[in-house]
Design a protein around this ligand. Sequence first.
Ligand code: GLY
Length: 356
Amino acid sequence: MTSTVNGRADVDSSSWLTIDVALAERGYPVRIGAGVRHTLPEVVSDIGARRVAVVSARPAAWTPDPGVPHLRIDARDGEQNKTLAWVEELCARFAEFGLTRSDAVVSCGGGTTTDAVGLAAALYHRGVPVVHLPTSLLAQVDASVGGKTAVNLPQGKNLVGAYWQPRAVLCDTDYLTTLPERERVNGYGEIARCHFIGAGDLRDLPVAEQIAASVARKAEVVSLDERDTGLRHLLNYGHTLGHALELATDFALRHGEAVAIGTVFAGRLAGALSRIGPDRVAEHLEVVRHYGLPTELPAGVDTARLIALARLDKKATGGLAFVLDGPRGAELVRDIPSEQVAAALDAMPRTTGTAL
Ligand code: GLY
């Protein structure tokens, strides 16, 4: 059997990696490796679920049988599908199937699917067990772990959500072989930002170990600050500008790509504020570039708009707030003067040509 320690990955006899998210009675394993989706029946049996609603954005051949009577619900990945209407429809389908709290929900898809299905599981009967099978690198590294669930409103991203921890997360690396190249690289945006929040240099590791190390760092942070009152802000390294870029480009930039540019910018801003030296600023660029991600601001996105969007960040309580590297490591820095942020944005290279 696998031996696991919070925040550390140990290889089990099948060469899968397991990270425990230590949250007392709400703790759970994140299992990583080729073929781990086939352990779903074991997970469902451990939960004691008699029946399961499987919400899947993947074809039947890629959606494992949960080993108990089940209802399959087809889903579609994509921010446009992350709506309250979809959550309502899911809950209605669960009710028609007669799902109870003794049963379970399984999500299979990218982060937008695990987010919305997680929220439906949190709300239905005031909470039913959920197991996530994230199929994109982005979802395996970040979205499916840590219990944040949400859908979007026309007014903004992830504005309606709940904390609802899954009972297990199965990160099957076989899914990654099916991803289009741009989507695969997109996932590295969250891995790149891990370099600066205490996960170490993951550049030369095999992908399963990169996922495990990123999840292990997230597990440590979440176990100390599940409800995002302080330390968990670290996970948003690169995200203040990243979220602004996603909105400013109408999601033409993908989340991981935007976070990658946001990470390069976080290094530059920390340098401009004399929190880190030039070598560490350059390391931000090198790491992001290593993973094949964009490092420049898109042409046509103006500084004033980015600053206006950055002010909407949930971490900001008044002025502009960024998670920045510094002498004590990364931390949330609030009330950064907008002139300094504007100067750092203006100094950042931009792609030539039209905006994305
Ligand atoms: N994706 C950031 C968090 O889970 O807190």
